[in-house]
Design a protein around this ligand. Structure first.
Ligand SMILES: [Zn+2]
Length: 479
C-alpha cells in the first residue's frame, strides 16, 4: 500500500517543465531544431518505448513495472503517459521519452531524438552544419550497408552461382525461414560483382568495408566466395558482415568486416537486434562464440543468444547487455568455457551487478551442432547453467585423482586457488564445505588455507597498485 500512496504524490513532482527545458536547451546546443524535437516527443509513445525494456502493467492512469535502471524485485518504476514522463521511486531516475532513450540506449541527445524520429517517420532539420554533415555521413553508410545486405541475400536465394552455398546451408540445417530471418547472403567468386551492381561511390564502399581500390586502380569487393552473415547493431541497422568460406576452399574459415565508422568489434554483439525482446521477457541472455551458434539457439527454441564477433567478451559487452538483463549465461565451446571467460569476470559481476553463469557442454560439441542433433539437450544445458565460480571449482575437482591423500590435497589446493580469486569472502565461504567434503579435508583447515591464499592475493593486488605495475592483460583478443 505504501507504493500506491507514493504513486499519488507523483504528479506533484513537476517533472515535465524541468525535462522540457533541459531537452530544448540540449537540442539547441547540438543542433536539432526545437520544433522537430517537440514533434518527435509528441509522436513517441513512451509506454511502447519503455515496454521494450521492462514489462509494464496498467495501474489506474499509470503504468508500473520493474525498473530497468536498477536491480529490484518489486516494481518501483512508474510511467505517466498523459504527462509523458517516467519516475523510479527506488533509484529516483526520471525524465521524458527522450531521456529514457538516451539512458537506455547510451545515446547523446541528438542520437536519442534521431532514434525516436526514425521510429515515428519524422524527418529532422539540423541547425549546426558540421553536426548535420557527420550524421548524414553515418546515414549514408548505413544505407549502403542495407543495400549490400539485400543484394547479397538476393544473390544467395536466386542466383545460380550460389547453388553450392545453398546446398551447404541446407546440410547445416538452415531452412528458408532461418536464411530469411538472418538475411544470410552470398558473395560470389568475382572481383567486383557487388560494386558493379549496387552503384555506390568508391569512398562509401571503402568507408563501410565493402570494397577497396586495388593496386591497379580498380574497384574491388572485400568479400569473395563467402556465405555472409550480416551483423546489425542493437537497433537493427547493418554495420558489418561475417563471411564464412565453403568447405574445401582456400582461405581462413571466417573473414569479418574490419572496424569502421559504424562497427566496433569490442562493443558489437551479433544477434542482439533479434534477441533483445526475448532477453527482456525471459530475463536472461546467452553469449556464445559464433553466428551459427546464435542461429542454432534459435533453431532449438532459445531466441535469446548473441555472439561476440571474433573477440573474447569485453566489459563493453557487459555494459551493453545489462540494459536488458542482469543474468548472463556463457556458452563457449565445451572445454574452453572456463578459460575463455576473462579472468576479470568476477570484477565485472561486482561492478555491474550482473550474474554470470556457464553452460556446460560436452567438449566434442558446440551449440550449432547440438541444435541439430539434440536440441532438447541444448535447452537442458541452458536451464542448468551454473555460476561461473561453481563451474570452475567442479571442473578442478572432477579432474582430480582422489584415490590418494596426496591427490586429494592437491585437488583441494587447486580448487582453493580458484575460489580465492572471488572478491567476496561470503561467496568464497560457500565453497569451503563443498571442497572439504569432496577432498575429505577438515573444513576448518580448508577455511584457514583459503584465508591465507586470499590474503596473499590481496597483498599482491595492493602492491601492484602501489608500484603502478599492473599486469598487462588485454580484455579482448582476436581469434
Ligand atoms: Zn530504478
Amino acid at each position: 500500500m505504501r507504493f500506491r500512496s507514493r504513486l499519488t504524490r507523483f504528479p506533484r513532482l513537476g517533472l515535465r517543465p524541468a525535462t522540457r527545458c533541459l531537452g530544448d536547451w540540449a537540442g539547441r546546443l547540438v543542433g536539432i531544431q526545437d520544433e522537430d524535437v517537440a514533434r518527435v516527443r509528441a509522436a513517441s509513445d513512451i509506454v511502447a518505448v519503455i515496454s521494450q525494456h521492462t514489462q509494464l502493467r496498467k495501474v489506474g492512469q499509470r503504468w508500473s513495472g520493474i525498473c530497468p535502471f536498477h536491480n529490484e524485485k518489486s516494481p518501483s518504476f512508474s510511467v505517466n503517459p498523459t504527462e509523458g514522463v517516467y519516475y523510479c521511486f527506488g533509484c529516483r531516475v526520471s525524465g521524458d521519452v527522450i531521456t529514457f532513450v538516451r539512458e537506455i540506449e547510451h545515446l547523446d541527445f541528438v542520437g536519442a531524438v534521431e532514434w525516436l524520429a526514425a521510429k515515428a517517420g519524422i524527418g529532422l532539420t539540423y541547425t549546426d552544419r558540421d553536426e548535420g554533415q557527420q550524421r548524414r555521413r553515418s546515414r549514408l553508410l548505413q544505407e549502403a550497408m542495407a543495400k549490400a545486405v539485400l543484394w547479397y541475400h538476393d544473390r544467395l536465394l536466386n542466383h545460380r552461382d550460389a547453388g553450392a552455398a545453398r546446398r551447404y546451408l541446407r546440410t547445416r540445417g538452415f531452412d528458408r525461414e532461418l536464411v530469411e530471418k538472418f538475411q544470410i547472403g552470398w558473395a560470389p567468386d568475382r572481383w567486383d560483382e557487388l560494386s558493379k551492381h549496387v552503384r555506390l561511390p568508391a569512398d562509401v564502399l571503402t568507408d563501410c568495408g565493402l570494397g577497396f581500390v586495388n593496386r591497379a586502380g580498380k574497384q574491388q569487393d572485400f568479400f569473395r566466395a563467402r556465405i555472409l552473415f550480416p551483423i546489425y547493431d542493437d537497433q537493427g541497422r547493418p554495420v558489418a558482415f561475417g563471411g564464412r568460406k565453403l568447405p574445401d576452399t582456400d582461405g581462413p574459415k571466417y573473414q569479418n568486416s574490419r572496424e569502421n565508422a559504424l562497427y566496433k568489434k569490442s562493443s558489437t554483439l551479433y544477434g542482439l537486434n533479434w534477441a533483445k525482446s526475448d532477453i527482456v521477457r525471459s530475463n536472461e541472455v546467452v553469449v556464445c562464440e559464433g553466428y551459427t551458434d546464435v542461429i542454432g539457439f534459435v533453431r532449438a527454441g532459445i531466441p535469446r543468444a548473441v555472439a561476440t564477433c571474433g573477440t573474447a567478451m569485453t566489459e563493453d559487452h557487459i555494459k551493453s547487455l545489462k540494459r536488458f538483463t542482469r543474468r548472463i549465461v556463457l556458452a563457449y565451446d565445451g572445454d574452453e568455457a572456463g578459460q575463455r571467460a576473462s579472468d576479470r569476470v568476477f570484477e565485472w559481476e561486482a561492478r555491474h551487478e550482473v550474474e554470470i553463469s556457464v553452460l556446460a557442454l560436452d567438449a566434442a560439441t558446440d551449440p550449432d551442432e547440438l541444435s541439430r542433433t539434440n536440441p532438447a539437450a541444448l535447452v537442458e544445458a541452458v536451464e542448468q547453467a551454473t555460476p561461473i565460480l561453481g563451474f570452475r571449482v567442479s571442473r578442478v575437482l572432477k579432474s582430480a585423482n582422489l584415490a590418494t591423500p596426496e591427490g586429494r590435497a592437491r585437488a583441494a589446493s587447486a580448487a582453493l586457488a580458484v575460489v580465492a580469486e572471488h572478491p567476496s569472502s561470503l561467496v568464497r565461504d560457500q565453497y569451503v564445505m563443498e571442497i572439504a567434503g569432496f577432498c575429505r579435508v577438515d573444513e576448518q583447515r580448508i577455511r584457514e588455507e583459503l584465508q591465507r591464499i586470499a590474503a596473499g592475493l590481496e597483498r599482491e593486488a595492493r602492491s601492484a597498485k602501489h608500484t603502478g605495475n599492473r599486469s598487462g592483460k588485454s580484455e579482448g583478443r582476436d581469434s
